[in-house]
Design a protein around this ligand. Structure first.
Ligand code: GCW
Length: 714
């Protein structure tokens, strides 16, 4: 009888799991569909009978809601919240303060071992009943623990004998939106800005809550709403009430709101004659402005500021330093516990001998001069979010100042939302780079998590790729970059492999073969893009302005915005000499990194043309000359996109049709574009190398002129 019942019970379940409903990607990785592995489902069903959230704060309510939707979806039955434990298999979540039950458990010591946002998840026995406990020191920790627990279930891991302690390794984990007030997004490729300034604060889109849920699920706890190329109007009352409305929605999810402050705001909206940071009227104006902001948003996070860079105003306009500027804001924010994130991505109107050196040159002398609530935000590499750059030499070089890395999640130089490029390996490469600032093992990750230099203000920022597109990020795999950024900001030591694994399972399927295949694709995708765009250390040879297709011939306009400034190809060879006989950018790195980059024999080949100008016949370890290696890499890049297409074909039937077709069609575009990159770059560089493209490779089917005349529009 029982068997028959089980069998009958199975039929609808099997039917449901085999019906792949079309999905538009809106649910991201928080899909909570019925678990389609019967064995796992049975085990989970036995182990979970109910859940109990002890406490009633908005954050605990959010955790309860998530558990409710998550469990109902994954288990395919309604799991009711309960108020007392009557059966085995209850999930109990709360803090010592909110939950008498948790207070009664013997976990006090364990709770002292996690930080404010950390959590523990354990299986234990309470009054002879087996329970699963999600406990934390704060409500926020409970929320993060809840998401972790659901992730365990979404990825079909065991929920018996749980014993997890987890704390974020950085304090602030932020998205930077480059969103303008007219809803365009600078370098955004997923529709308009999510922030509908016209209808706020009266109309509140449910998307704001889903945005907050998604961020909380990966530990993001702050969002800078506006573009670093700032508009002072955001600081006016008209906008601040709108910002406050967003802050109110995000607050239960542990997300603070930050804004970009335009340096010249006192002049533009304050009617002052100057924005000099040492002028008493300017100081008073900012103090008042900050007070006003806190009157609307009591937990406002602070400012992100781009100053004296790419035409943005800043303290140098008044012959003051970056420290003078940052400290003025810091003093205004300090009484409210706000912080200043001051960007080190600076370059002025004079073309430097090497743009890669500028941030270091301007900031290192200021080390130790910033207030305690200032953190310097440094791009991962010294130029600008290229497919591959060495780590930024500022990491480790300002030991008395907290530094935070800025990664780009949006794919400005990585094929926009058209190319499948999983960026975790790019982030990981930077985080795991050894700066040697305090000897071997001085990883960038240790600089930024405060461990190396003893800073308590620690943070990581990612330039958002999110927009109003139904699937948030344009390319379905763009979601993986948002996800990966959050996970790495929480724990900069995670591996790309582990992150891809989780994301694929939650976003698509737990099918073993699917996960293994697509993980290979994801992990290889960044290097594939480097191969067809900028192999062996080439950089910034993109189509001018837009940065989508190739433009190695670009030579007009400001020198350090052209491609020829960076690749320096001539009849003798190719590459930017940044060694001691060239711009000496290598001199900004600690030993032995400096020597490693300086010497042709030891310089990593994937950065060869970043640091060296070498002859076309220079031999690489592969035995290829530089010219042959370029031909090989560009071709391999294109071939690998075809390989990605093949791997994706195998996902048919495992992934729903809608997302399957979307990715398939984007991969077709990616191949076309990779071919253009290959052919345009090889034909162009051939005009210098004067060597043939080896017979074994596909011949470019168009002329160089054709590629030069291609127009890219967005
Ligand atoms: O990557 C470059 C972009 C600019 C951007 C700038 C910056 C917001 O091309 O669009 O401006 O960097 O990071 O400030």
């Amino acid at each position: 009888m029982k068997r028959l019942f089980n069998a009958l019970f199975l039929i609808p379940l099997l039917l449901m799991s085999s019906l792949l409903k079309a999905e538009d990607g809106y649910r991201l990785w928080l899909r909570y569909d019925l678990i389609n592995d019967q064995l796992i489902l049975n085990l989970y069903n036995k182990s979970i009978t109910g859940f109990m959230i002890e406490g009633s704060s908005p954050t605990l309510k959010a955790a309860g809601n998530e558990l409710q939707i998550g469990l109902n979806g994954l288990l395919g039955r309604v799991i009711h919240p309960i108020t007392s434990i009557k059966k085995d298999g209850t999930i109990v979540a709360g803090t010592v303060q909110s939950s008498p039950l948790i207070a009664a458990l013997n976990i006090k010591y364990r709770l002292t071992q996690i930080n404010d946002e950390g959590y523990i998840i354990i299986s234990t026995v309470y009054q002879k009943k087996t329970i699963i406990v999600i406990a934390a020191n704060t409500d926020k920790g409970v929320l993060y623990g809840t998401f972790h627990f659901l992730r365990i279930m979404q990825t079909h891991q065991s929920i018996s004998g749980l014993s997890i302690d987890n704390s974020p390794k950085t304090k602030l984990r932020l998205l930077n939106h480059w969103d303008n007030l007219n809803r365009t997004v600078e370098r955004g490729y997923a529709g308009l800005s999510l922030w509908d300034w016209k209808t706020l604060p009266d109309s509140i889109s449910p998307r704001y809550t889903d945005y907050a849920r998604a961020n909380a699920s990966i530990g993001i706890n702050g969002t800078v709403l506006t573009n670093v190329n700032a508009n002072a109007l955001i600081l006016t009352k008209e906008y601040l009430v709108k910002v406050a409305a967003l802050a109110n929605i995000f607050r239960p999810y542990g997300i603070k709101v930050y804004l970009t402050a335009r340096f010249s705001a006192p002049v533009e909206i304050g009617k002052l004659k100057t924005a000099d940071p040492l002028d008493p009227d300017v100081i008073a104006w900012w103090n008042k402005k900050v007070e006003e902001i806190y009157s609307y948003i009591p937990d406002f996070g602070g400012f992100l500021i781009k100053a004296n860079s790419e035409g943005q105003p800043g303290p140098q306009n008044y012959k003051r330093s970056h420290a003078d500027g940052a400290n003025m804001f810091a003093d205004a924010l300090a009484p409210h516990k706000g912080i200043v994130m001051w960007r080190a991505f600076v370059y002025d109107n004079n073309v430097p001998d090497d743009r890669a050196k500028q941030a270091y040159n301007e900031f290192v002398p200021l080390d130790g001069q910033f207030r305690k609530n200032v953190i310097i935000q440094v791009k991962n590499g010294p130029i600008d979010f290229q497919p591959r750059e060495p780590f930024h030499p500022l990491f480790g070089a300002m030991p008395s100042t907290p530094l935070m890395p800025e990664f780009q999640i949006t794919q400005e130089y990585l094929g926009f939302s058209t190319h499948l490029v999983f960026q975790a390996p790019l982030y990981e490469e930077c985080l795991k780079s050894d700066t040697y600032s305090e000897g071997k093992g001085s990883l960038v990750a240790r600089v930024i998590d405060g461990n190396l230099e003893g800073h308590s203000l620690t943070a990581m920022a990612g330039v958002s790729n999110i927009g109003s597109d139904r699937n948030w990020t344009g390319h379905p795999f763009g979601q993986a970059n948002w996800y990966a950024f959050g996970r790495l900001a929480w724990d900069p030591y995670l591996t790309s492999d582990a992150i891809a694994d989780e994301w694929l399972k939650m976003t698509f399927s737990n099918d073993n073969k699917f996960v293994e295949n697509l993980k290979k694709v994801m992990l290889a995708s960044r290097n594939i893009t480097v191969n067809y765009m900028t192999p062996i250390g080439l950089h910034h040879i993109m189509y001018a302005g837009l940065h989508y297709g190739p433009g190695p011939w670009v030579d007009k306009g400001r020198q350090d915005w052209t491609a020829v400034y960076y690749h320096r190809a001539d009849s003798a060879g190719i590459g930017f000499n940044r060694t001691s006989t060239g711009s000496n950018a290598v001199g900004q790195y600690f030993q032995p990194v400096r020597d490693v980059y300086e010497s042709l024999a030891t310089c990593p080949e994937n950065l060869l043309l970043w640091f060296h100008h070498v002859s076309w016949d220079y031999k690489l370890k592969s035995g290829n000359t530089v010219w042959e290696e370029l031909c090989f890499r560009y071709n391999m890049g294109v071939d690998s996109v075809r390989w990605m297409q093949k791997q994706w074909l195998e996902a048919k039937g495992i992934v729903d049709n809608e997302r399957f077709e979307k990715v398939s069609s984007l991969l077709v575009k990616q191949e076309e574009n990779a071919k253009v990159w290959r052919d345009a770059c090889l034909l162009y560089f051939q005009t210098f190398s004067k060597r043939p493209i080896p017979e074994k490779y596909e011949k470019p089917d168009k002329t160089l002129e054709y590629y030069k005349n291609l127009k890219y529009s967005f």
